[in-house]
Design a protein around this ligand. Structure first.
Ligand SMILES: NC(=O)c1ccc[n+]([C@@H]2O[C@H](COP(=O)([O-])OP(=O)(O)OC[C@H]3O[C@@H](n4cnc5c(N)ncnc54)[C@H](O)[C@@H]3O)[C@@H](O)[C@H]2O)c1
Ligand SMILES: O=c1ccn([C@@H]2O[C@H](COP(=O)(O)OP(=O)(O)O[C@H]3O[C@H](CO)[C@@H](O)[C@H](O)[C@H]3O)[C@@H](O)[C@H]2O)c(=O)[nH]1
Length: 323
């Protein structure tokens, strides 16, 4: 019995592959290597392929006994989704349907989906629980929410259970020091700051300083990638015990402004970062913080790295190693 990990060569997927491999699981990674890299894969067998290729997916399921699917593959950049929505509906929604159809056809009953806090859009209080109405404000969030809906309907109709994990802002690098965020042209705040620290970029900008927050910059709930990875193992164990379908937030339950994150980077290095004040970026929510209780209740998830200074340090240490 194997676990299929789509997008396992990417940032987050590779961290889960690392934990699954260390736990002795049999892993198959399906990735088109658009943003992922072979070097990120520490365990398992890589099959290079694209989820838009239904025949390739069917072949994969025919040739392997797939017990569970962890579905990370997708397009992930919010502003890009505003400029090119079709890409997001194709790669995130339609390609997810291809994968779900293969699960039904080949009787794979356990599915874990990388969803996102972006499905909430702009929650009024800035804090979202799983019961907060979804109202995505960009194509990225909509493309992911549509996949959640497909999973809900398929799970109601078939012997099929899923856990959709709504990640908040994932950051940092593995404590093993072997993997981290190595996606080329990444746009994430901490990744960008780490590239400025290591002189791979000359400078960066803060996108919007006139938001109604304590210092005018957007607020996010940053979660360490190792804690997020563990949530996937917990979700697999839950489904393995016959757990029913769930939608769960993955965050720590508190947020930091962009300026606070930059302050934490400067505190870590002891140097001023070359930062400009820039205009707002399309598609950004002002404040997105997780209500974080449900995942602890249902999965027994116990985060270990809820510490911005540690997250920042691990991201910078990784960036220094990354050629
Ligand atoms: N990074 C975050 O903060 C964050 C937050 C919320 C949700 N997510 C979700 O987590 C998942 C993983 O994100 P990441 O940060 O690791 O991104 P990433 O770009 O590093 O990883 C995505 C992986 O999927 C592969 N891929 C993309 N399209 C594919 C296709 N059509 N067929 C096969 N492989 C394909 C890429 O090559 C890459 O290895 C995504 O679904 C993303 O939406 C990420
Ligand atoms: O150079 C930069 C990069 C980012 N930001 C700001 O920092 C915040 C966080 O931005 P970013 O790191 O790009 O993450 P988000 O746009 O919040 O999206 C991330 O977090 C979402 C969940 O909250 C995921 O779904 C997405 O995949 C993931 O990219 C936002 O206010 C950005 O405007 C800057 O000011 N300057």
């Amino acid at each position: 019995m194997s676990i299929l990990v789509t997008g396992g060569a990417g940032y987050i997927g590779s961290h889960i592959v690392s934990l699954l491999g260390a736990a002795g699981e049999d892993i198959i990674i399906f990735d088109n290597l658009t943003t992922g890299k072979k070097e990120n894969i520490l365990y398992g067998k890589l099959i290079v392929g694209d989820l838009n290729d239904q025949a390739a997916i069917d072949k994969l399921f025919l040739e392997n006994q797939i017990d569970a699917v962890l579905h990370f593959a997708g397009s992930i950049v919010v502003p890009e989704s505003v400029e090119n929505p079709s890409l997001y509906y194709q790669n995130n929604t339609e390609n997810s349907l291809n994968l779900i159809k293969a699960c039904i056809k080949h009787k794979t009953k356990k599915f874990i989906f990388s969803s996102t806090a972006a499905v909430y859009g702009m929650p009024e209080s800035g804090v979202a629980s799983e019961e907060t109405p979804t109202n995505p404000i960009n194509p990225y969030g909509r493309s992911k929410l549509m996949t959640e809906w497909m999973l809900e309907d398929v799970s109601a109709a078939h012997d099929f259970n899923y856990v959709a994990l709504r990640y908040f802002n994932v950051a940092g690098a593995s404590k093993t020091g072997k993997i981290g965020q190595s996606t080329p042209r990444a746009t994430h705040l901490l990744k960008t700051a780490a590239e400025v620290v290591t002189k791979k970029r000359e400078k960066m900008a803060i996108f919007g300083t006139d938001y109604k927050t304590k210092d005018g910059t957007c607020i996010r709930d940053y979660i360490h990638v190792d804690d997020l990875a563990q949530a996937h193992l917990d979700a697999l164990a839950y489904l393995g015990k016959g757990g029913r379908s769930q939608v769960l937030n993955c965050g720590y339950g508190h947020g930091f402004t962009v300026k606070e994150v930059i302050g934490a980077v400067e505190a870590c290095t002891g140097e001023k970062l070359n930062v400009e004040m820039g205009p707002r970026r399309a598609g950004d929510a002002v404040e997105l913080i997780s209500k974080a209780e449900k995942i602890k209740d249902i999965l027994g998830w116990k985060p270990l790295y809820d510490d911005l200074a540690y997250i920042v340090k691990s991201a910078i240490e990784w960036e220094k190693k990354l050629k």
